[in-house]
Structures are given as C-alpha cells and as structure tokens.
Design a protein around this ligand. Structure first.
Ligand SMILES: Cc1cc2nc3c(=O)[nH]c(=O)nc-3n(C[C@H](O)[C@H](O)[C@H](O)COP(=O)(O)OP(=O)(O)OC[C@H]3O[C@@H](n4cnc5c(N)ncnc54)[C@H](O)[C@@H]3O)c2cc1C
Length: 44
C-alpha cells in the first residue's frame, strides 16, 4: 500500500504544530513541510 503523505506549507508556529500533531496521531504518515525562509519554528 502506498504511503500517505501530508504536505504542510509554512514552518512557523501553525505549520510545525500541525505537522507535530499529525505525526502524533498518525505515526505512519510521511510529512513534508515547505518553508520559504531558512529557519523553522523549533518549539511547536
Ligand atoms: C512583532 C511580533 C511579536 C510577536 N510576539 C509574540 C510573542 O511574544 N509570543 C507569541 O506567542 N506570539 C507572538 N507573536 C505572534 C506569533 O509570531 C504569531 O502568532 C505566529 O508566528 C503565527 O504563526 P503562523 O504559523 O500562524 O504564521 P506565520 O508566522 O506567518 O508563518 C507562516 C510561515 O509560512 C511561510 N510561508 C509563507 N508562504 C510560504 C510559501 N509559499 N512557501 C513556503 N513557506 C511559506 C513563512 O515563511 C512563515 O514561516 C508576535 C508577532 C509579531 C509580529
């Protein structure tokens, strides 16, 4: 079966919170975050 993938656009508070929560709920998901700046939020 193909891996399901979640794509998040924006790696600041909202994007990283969503990505972290999705991974907690669905550890099997492949999650990709696109962030246009060189830094992401690290405390989400
Ligand atoms: C001056 C100031 C001070 C603040 N101080 C505090 C504080 O002390 N405490 C607090 O809790 N909150 C504070 N905030 C609020 C806090 O910064 C925001 O609520 C929070 O950053 C919102 O996060 P967000 O992910 O919703 O949006 P954003 O921070 O706007 O993040 C969006 C992200 O998406 C990226 N992005 C946008 N378009 C694209 C694209 N096309 N492709 C890839 N990436 C993209 C951007 O680069 C950005 O990283 C402050 C805000 C400001 C302006």
């Amino acid at each position: 079966m193909a891996t399901e993938r979640l794509v998040v656009v924006g790696g600041d508070a909202a994007g990283m919170s969503a990505a972290a929560q999705a991974k907690r709920l669905r550890p099997d998901l492949e999650i990709i975050v696109f962030e246009r700046s060189p830094h992401i939020s690290y405390s989400a």
